[in-house]
Design a protein around this ligand. Structure first.
Ligand SMILES: [Zn+2]
Length: 146
């Protein structure tokens, strides 16, 4: 019997105990990263903020939701993302031409907003006429939509 298999695992971020070998911390939501060499960078790890920023959010008692500029960085990494503002569900897809498709979940194609790049999306995307960047602090949930 290996001692290693019975070793308790603790979260890199909040130091609470993990459930067995699960990588998502049940306490803070941090996904354990194999590569911790660049704590200020968002990795391909299903964390949407850097380790350093996650530490700050945790210490302030805030959820691990990216701010608008981190969200734009996530768009460079993940081609399908989703977020919620209360019960309203939105999706963002980056297509093979790097165009950004922004839509309300389960609505028809005519409601799609299509932007030629991330910068244009950042400056022009709206929800009910209000710029998304001005609504971003109301986001209640964020993740990949694959
Ligand atoms: Zn944790």
């Amino acid at each position: 019997m290996s001692i290693e298999n019975n070793k308790k695992q603790f979260c890199q971020l909040c130091n609470n105990q993990l459930n067995g070998n699960e990588s998502i911390c049940p306490h803070c939501g941090w996904v354990q990263q194999l590569d911790m060499d660049e704590p200020d960078k968002i990795h391909w790890s299903y964390n949407f903020v850097s380790y350093s920023k996650a530490k700050n959010l945790l210490s302030e008692g805030k959820p691990l939701i990216p701010d608008f500029s981190d969200f734009l960085k996530c768009m460079e990494i993940y081609s399908e993302l989703e977020f919620f503002i209360n019960d309203n569900h939105f999706g963002i897809i980056t297509d093979s031409d790097k165009k950004i498709h922004f839509y309300k979940w389960n609505e028809t194609d005519t409601k799609y907003q299509i932007y030629s790049n991330i910068r244009e999306f950042a400056n022009k995307a709206t929800i009910n006429g209000v710029l998304l960047k001005n609504l971003w602090n109301q986001v209640t949930k964020f993740g990949t939509a694959s």
